[in-house]
Every structure is written in C-alpha cells, then in structure tokens.
Design a protein around this ligand. Structure first.
Ligand code: NG6
Ligand code: CA
Length: 530
C-alpha cells in the first residue's frame, strides 16, 4: 500500500514525497501534478445513514474575504474548488469568526472561549503559547475521543513557555501539548520571523552549525534589513507599514532573525509544502478517525505565489495566491477521494478574519482590485481589523456529501461553536466553562433554529454585539478609517445600531430611530460579557 511518509519514494501520481516527520530540505517544493484532481461527482446517496465519527477537517484561510470567492459573488476571479465545496455543501451567508484578526480568532476556534475574556491580541513571532494546556482544546477533545489529530500551516498561537526560548532545541509547549499528535507549522504569520517550518516542535532542516536567533526589538549586527539593503528585495514594504526588518527569501519581514539559512522557507513553495503535509497525514490516517486543522497561509501578506499561479488572476499577487489556495483545496479533495474518505469526512471551510488589500507590501493589491472592480469584502462594510461586518463575517462552508444538506443558509453561525458541535458529533466532552454552543444540526443544514442567540465580536481589542438581525457597536475612540490599510474600523463617538440581515451594507445608523432596540441591545451586550 502507498504510504506517503516513505521517504524519498514517488507517490502514485508521481508526487515526490518528503518524510512525514520533518526532515524536509529547504527547497523541497513538491511538484504539483496536473490533472491530479479527480472529479468529485457529487450525487448524494439516496438515504444516507450518518457515518459514525466522521473525519473532521477545519480548513481555515488567512484574511480571505467574504467577497473573494466566486461562490460568494466574486466576478473578477474564479475559485472552482472553493465553489465545489460550496455547491456540494452548505454555504453560510452569515458565518462569523470571533475576531477581525488572527490570533484571537484562532484562539476562539481552538478553545471555544471568547478571546477578549483573556485579552488575546495579534501575537509577535516569539510569543509563548497562549492556549492553556490544562484545559482541553478542540484538538484535545478530538484526541480524547480517539481521533488522530494534526495541525498544518499557520499557527500564530505562540510556542514555548514564558522565558526566552532557544529555537535550536525542540520547543514546548506547543501544538502537541494542546492535543495535536502531529504538527507542521509556521510559528506566527508569513510576514513575521522566524521564517522556518516547525515539525513537531523542532525547526525543519536546521544546520546545528548555523543556529537561529530571533529578536523583536533590535537587529543583529551586520544582518541586512529591508531598510539597510532594499536592493536585495524582490517585494518592497509599503511606506510606513514596518515590514522592513530581516530579509528572508527576498522579502523583508517584521522582526529580526539571524542564522538558520538552510532552514529558511521559500514563500513560493509554502502552499505545496503545507499541502503535501496535510495529504500525507490523511494518507497515513485513512483507516482511523482523524481531525485535521489545516490553516492555509493565503492571502495574508507577503503574497508570493508559486510560479504556476503568478500572474494568472489578473488581480496581482493577492488574486494569484487565492488561486493557489483554491488549487490546494482541490488537492485536498482529490486526496480524500483517492482514499475513499470523501463521504466520511466533514469539512468546515472558512477564514480567520476579513480581507485587507494593503497590509504591508507594495504588491498592487489596491490598484488591481480597483481596476477589476473586485471587492474582497463583497457588499459588506469594513474589512480586517474592523467591527463592521466584513471584519468577522467570513466565507463559511460546511461540507460532507450525503450528510450535510447542500444549499445556502442565512442562519448565523460561528467558528466558536465548532467545539461544542464537534464534541457532540464525535462523542467528546465540552469543558464546563465554555462560550461554545452546539449548533451541529444548523451546520449540517438539518435545522434552522440555532441555539446560538447572540454573539460578541472583537476587533483589535474593541467589542461589538450581534443578536438576531441587529448589531450594536458601542462608542469607541480612534480613527474612523485606518491610516495604513484604508479600512473603516467601526469607531464612532456615538453608539451605532445596524440591521445585518441579508447582504447588510450597514449604511444607516439606526440608533436614534430605534432607541428601544438600542437600549435592549446595550443591556443584552452587558449580560453577554458577563
Ligand atoms: C499587523 C501587521 C499586518 C499583519 C497583522 C497580522 C503592521 C503595520 N501590520 O500588525 O501586516 O501582519 O499584524 O495579521 O505591522 S493576522 O491576520 O495574522 O492577524
Ligand atoms: Ca488573518
């Protein structure tokens, strides 16, 4: 039988394989195989019995917007594999991340807790682990229920303990200590050092004679940065955005690193590397139930598409990497099909937060989107970092052919509710203290009545409150529009009340027109926070 982690062998489709447990060489860029996608068919079996304990994949993109997918209305680019998930599955028009930025959003998904309860913010790349090890995470819930578990892709939840860490030794606590049997991750974001992969806590491909050092305050003497050596850059930082520190693979990043040359990643290969690791995990665990947290790095900055996709979208690098992510999803679906797991695997496909065009690099995202009339937020107001809808209302598709009823649902759902919903699905336990609510039947399209009645969202430490068709944004200090990204943040001196049913644009503040509703929302918000 084909075992993907037999080092050095060629897989069935001629894909070069790298060892499952790390050992990957720096330039190991797995060749994609044209035509590896097999047609998913899509016919539902007549009277499907619910498979017991299906495999579960949380497939989460990074900064992918509500309007970035053709199945959510994008016209300027096509996302055929995302669309296939949506066509065969249930596409939610009101699916929410808990936060408009990454670390808090992922924290919520993996703990079932609101991130603002513990003041979770965007983490630097050298942050300690922020997920408690003593309380079972979503991964631990699956592991305790007998599932094999893996995290592949973007992490951004911190690694190691509170004291200064040595990147040249295995780092713990990390994914393993919160319930992932296997992990192959980047520590933080693709624009933050350290720019190396970690397999089960250790840097992949590290030469012990060239140790890694990381510092977020000052550079190491003599090391080139985007500021001192702009001639070395193939992608330049946007003015005033930072992102001009250490240079890795021709891109200057946030933070400084030294050494680890052989281990440094090449952004243009990252999609293939993560895709191969995710598929190897599936191949290796096809005979037992598994939970895979697969965190795509696109379209977060820096957007460096593989040459196969560069220039293909007409929207510049941001569009190109969305096509690349879409192809990764095609490979994932083909892998499930190949292993005969496509009826017994539930996928939630979503994004950690809303979209942004200029988030740190001069990559033409703004100009190309304007020229092609592409709105990454769709018809919603705001974007990443915003309390308006596009900050947290994200693509949200649940897929399991034969089990999830295909269609479109406007029932509000939250990533936060994956914990309690999946716990019921697999016979796992939910901790006594939780913000997660079991909405499994809504996820599967079998009920339109959700146990989730309201939702507190967070954007850069500010809160807003949703209930039914309404959202209340309390007064917040700060600029209305962010100077760097040009995104409307949702700050106002006056309280704001909007209706958010349908494709809500949030143009009219209804606070004055509906004082009773406003008071009711304010009171409910205070209760929800308690
Ligand atoms: C911000 C960065 C932005 C991005 C973000 C994290 C600046 C000016 N901006 O601080 O480029 O890295 O952090 O994005 O440094 S997230 O999707 O992981 O939350
Ligand atoms: Ca993000």
């Amino acid at each position: 039988m084909f075992r993907a982690f037999e080092s050095g062998k060629k897989g069935l489709a001629g894909v070069s394989l790298v060892p499952f447990n790390g050992g990957m060489k720096k330039s190991a860029c797995v060749a994609l195989v044209a035509g590896a996608l097999s047609c998913m068919g899509g016919a539902l079996s007549a009277a499907p019995a619910t498979p017991e304990r299906p495999n579960v994949i949380v497939l989460i993109a990074d900064d992918l917007g509500y309007g970035d997918l053709s199945c959510y209305g994008a016209k300027a680019l096509r996302t055929p594999n995302m669309d296939r998930l949506a066509a065969q599955g249930l596409r939610f028009t009101r699916g929410y991340a808990a936060s408009a930025t990454s670390s808090p959003s992922r924290y919520a998904l993996l703990t079932g807790l609101y991130p603002w309860r513990n003041n979770i913010r965007i983490l630097p790349g050298d942050s300690p682990l922020i997920i408690p090890t003593e309380r079972p995470s979503l991964a631990a819930m699956f592991r305790n229920a007998g599932y094999a578990t893996a995290a592949v892709g973007k992490w951004h939840l911190g690694l190691g303990g509170k004291t200064q860490k040595d990147w040249n030794k295995p780092i713990a606590p990390g994914p393993r200590e919160i319930g992932f049997d296997y992990s192959f991750i980047m520590a933080a974001t693709n624009d933050r050092v350290p720019c190396v992969y970690f397999s089960n806590g250790s840097v992949v491909g590290l030469d012990p004679n060239d140790p890694i050092e990381v510092d977020y305050r000052k550079n190491f003497p003599g090391e080139p940065t985007g500021k001192t050596h702009p001639q070395l850059l193939k992608m330049h930082p946007s003015p005033n955005h930072g992102h001009a520190d250490s240079i890795v693979a021709g891109v200057s990043r946030i933070g400084f690193m030294k050494g680890g040359q052989a281990a440094r990643w090449d952004d243009s290969c990252m999609a293939d590397v993560f895709s191969e690791k995710a598929r190897s995990f599936i191949d290796a665990n096809k005979d037992k139930p598994f939970f895979l947290y697969y965190a795509l790095h696109q379209p977060h900055v820096p957007r460096v598409a593989n040459p196969k996709f560069a220039g293909k979208s007409g929207l510049g690098p941001r569009g190109d990497v969305i096509l690349e992510a879409d192809a990764q999803i095609g490979e994932l679906l083909a892998c499930l099909k190949k292993n005969n797991l496509d009826k017994n695997t539930l996928i939630v496909f979503t994004s950690d937060n809303g979209p942004v065009l200029d988030d740190g690099y001069a990559d033409e995202a703004v100009a190309k989107a304007r020229a092609q009339k592409h709105s990454p937020s769709g018809s919603l107001r705001g974007g990443k970092y915003s309390l308006f809808e596009a900050g947290t209302r994200v693509p949200f598709v649940v897929w399991q052919p034969g089990v999830v009823k295909p269609g479109v649902s406007d029932v509000p759902v939250a990533q936060l509710d994956c914990y309690a919903s999946f716990a019921r699905l697999v016979g796992g336990k939910v901790p006594a203290v939780t913000d997660s609510v079991d909405t499994l039947e809504v996820f599967r399209g079998r009920s339109k009545t959700s146990a989730r009645k309201d939702f507190v969202i967070e954007a850069t430490s500010r809160l807003a409150y949703r209930s039914g068709d309404w959202v209340y944004i309390p007064p917040h200090k700060g600029p209305k529009v962010a100077g760097l990204t040009g995104i409307e943040l949702g700050n106002d001196a006056a309280p704001a009340l909007y209706r958010i049913d349908g494709e809500a644009r949030q143009t009219e503040n209804l606070a004055k027109k509906h004082p009773k509703k406003l008071a009711e929302m304010q009171a409910a918000f205070e209760r929800a926070k308690r």
